[in-house]
Design a protein around this ligand. Structure first.
Ligand code: SF4
Length: 249
C-alpha cells in the first residue's frame, strides 16, 4: 500500500494545513486507503456509525474485508422501520459482528409526557436532538474518530464534505471515506457484490430514517438522494452531520 505523505498521531493538533494535505491525497486514494489510514492512526478508538443505508453497507463490507475490527454502531431512536432492524440482524449474522445500539434513555412515553405527543411533528429539531444528537455525543465522548457514510452527492448541503475533518459538536475527528463517491457507484458496488440492503429502497425510499419522518418519493432517480426525509419541512438534516455543512447552512 502506498504510504501517505502525512500521517497524524492521536492527540496531535490538527492544523488546517495537515488536514488540507490529507484531503488532497484522499481525493484520489479511494475509500480503502482512507479506512486504512484511519485504523493506523486511531485503531479501535475509531468507530463506524451507520443508519444501514447503502454507504453504510459498503463501509461495513470494506472494513470486514480489510480485517479492520472496529466498533460499529447505530442510533436507535426506537422509531426505525422493522425492515431496518431486520437488516441489522442480517448484517450481524452474515459478517459475524455485533453492532452496538446507541439510544436515548428517554423513552417515547417520557418524551411525550415531557414535550408533548408526536414531538417529531411539533418540534422535529428538538426530537432529533434528544433521540440522535445527544446519544451520539455521549457515545463518542471517549472515542477519537468516527467514520460516516456522508457523501457530497447526497444533497446540496453535503457538497463540501471532506474526507477528514474536525467534528466540533462531538470533539472527534470525522472521517468520510466516500466523500467523492456517487450514489450510482455505491449501488453498483452493492449489487456487484450481492451485499444486503434495506428492501424499502426498492419501494421508492431513497433515504431511510425514522418512520414518522421518512416518505417514499415518485422519482426513480431523485436528484437529491435524501429526498423523502422530513417532507414538507425545510429541515434536511437531523443534526449529527452539521459539521460537514461549510457553506454557511
Ligand atoms: S428523524 Fe423524526 S422521529 Fe427521528 S429523531 Fe428526528 S424528528 Fe424524531
Amino acid at each position: 500500500m502506498q504510504k501517505l505523505k502525512d500521517e497524524i498521531i492521536p492527540n496531535q493538533k490538527l492544523s488546517k494545513e495537515l488536514l488540507d494535505n490529507l484531503n488532497k491525497q484522499f481525493e484520489v486514494a479511494g475509500p480503502d486507503q482512507v479506512l486504512l489510514w484511519g485504523f493506523r492512526t486511531f485503531g479501535t478508538d475509531m468507530v463506524l456509525g451507520t443508519g444501514f443505508g447503502p454507504s453504510g453497507m459498503f463501509l461495513i463490507y470494506r472494513l470486514w474485508e480489510l480485517g479492520l475490527e472496529i466498533p460499529i454502531f447505530y442510533l436507535d431512536t426506537l422509531l426505525l422501520f422493522e425492515e431496518t432492524y431486520e437488516l441489522r440482524d442480517r448484517i450481524e449474522e452474515r459478517f459475524d459482528i455485533d453492532i452496538t445500539r446507541v439510544s436515548s434513555d428517554l423513552s417515547l412515553e417520557d418524551q411525550a409526557e415531557k414535550f408533548g405527543d408526536k414531538l417529531w411533528e411539533t418540534n422535529p429539531n428538538r426530537c432529533c436532538h434528544l433521540r440522535k444528537v445527544l446519544p451520539l455525543r455521549n457515545y463518542l465522548s471517549d472515542k477519537k474518530a468516527w467514520i460516516t457514510g456522508v457523501r457530497r452527492s447526497q444533497s446540496e448541503r453535503r457538497r463540501d464534505t471532506d474526507f477528514v475533518e474536525w467534528d466540533p459538536e462531538n470533539e472527534v475527528i470525522k472521517i468520510n471515506p466516500l466523500a467523492n463517491w456517487t450514489g450510482d457507484q455505491v449501488w453498483g458496488y452493492i449489487r456487484g457484490k450481492g451485499l444486503p440492503y434495506n428492501p424499502l429502497h426498492d419501494e421508492g425510499y431513497p433515504s431511510i430514517g425514522c418512520i414518522p419522518c421518512t416518505q417514499p418519493v415518485d422519482s426513480e432517480e431523485p436528484e437529491d438522494e435524501r429526498l423523502g426525509r422530513w417532507q414538507g419541512l425545510e429541515k434536511t438534516e437531523c443534526g449529527i452531520h452539521l459539521s460537514t455543512q461549510k457553506n454557511g447552512s
